[in-house]
Design a protein around this ligand. Structure first.
Ligand code: HEM
Length: 204
């Protein structure tokens, strides 16, 4: 149940974060022609998910830059080694996986790791390095709702963008966006410090 709530909260957070970057990164508008072609005039269906490759890439890039669970708590019951024996984790140790740290690692993501670039997740352009993207964690105890949340976010984002444009409200600029993003904090999930004022308009 907690995770369903986390999922719903993430969805709302995702919309906010997408709206934050929408003005600056016009690449979001790249999703529109495909979304229109795939949906036509009908409602979205589950089968559409595989066709919305770029929209999915946008969702993953948002989760990379703003992982809802910044720290993933773990408890080590027995002594374990990491990185081929380089590190020893004693029994009865609490660990936190630093998802944000992994996601901003320039060794993996390049010098522009902090930039929003959905092409990183376009399977036609790049292949993911194992363990470099962990918003849902990895391994046997990773998120059970991964696929569900992913489909939900792609469906929501594509349905919003096919019908509406989203822009910052007057007086809200890039400098303010950056300042507020840097003040995001984690209360179970990552949250913006203040609400983002946006203007939503129905597309013609
Ligand atoms: C964007 C949305 C979501 C994110 C980022 C997310 C992330 C995570 C993370 C990081 C974990 C911890 C995994 C670990 O300890 O290694 C987790 C666990 C879990 N999540 Fe999600 N989650 C999301 C949505 C959902 C949804 C919608 C559901 C249910 C429909 C769900 C169900 C679960 C369950 C049951 C676990 C516990 C798995 C286990 O301990 O075996 N999650 N999630």
């Amino acid at each position: 149940m907690l995770w369903a709530i986390v999922g719903a909260a993430s969805l709302v957070g995702l919309s906010l974060q997408v709206s934050r970057i929408y003005n600056k990164y016009k690449s979001l508008s790249r999703t529109i022609p495909t979304v229109r072609r795939v949906y036509g005039d009908r409602e979205a269906q589950y089968e559409d998910f595989n066709s919305l490759v770029y929209t999915n890439a946008v969702v993953h890039e948002v989760l990379r830059l703003f992982p809802p669970l910044v720290g993933i708590p773990k408890y080590c019951v027995r002594e374990q080694t990491l990185c081929g024996g380089k590190y020893v984790v004693p029994a009865n140790t609490y660990l936190t996986l630093n998802a944000a740290g992994v996601h901003y690692n320039t060794d993996v993501w390049g010098p522009d790791a902090a930039e929003f670039n959905p092409s990183r997740f376009d399977p036609r352009e790049n292949k993911l390095v194992k363990g470099s993207y962990i918003p849902f964690s990895e391994g046997a105890r990773s998120c059970l709702g991964n696929k569900f949340a992913n489909v939900e976010m792609v469906a929501t984002l594509s349905n919003v963008l096919r019908r509406y444009t989203i822009h910052f409200s007057e007086g809200y600029d890039e400098a303010r966006m950056k300042r507020e993003l840097s003040e995001s904090h984690s209360v179970i999930t990552l949250q913006p410090k203040t609400p983002t004022p946006v203007i939503v308009k129905r597309r013609n």
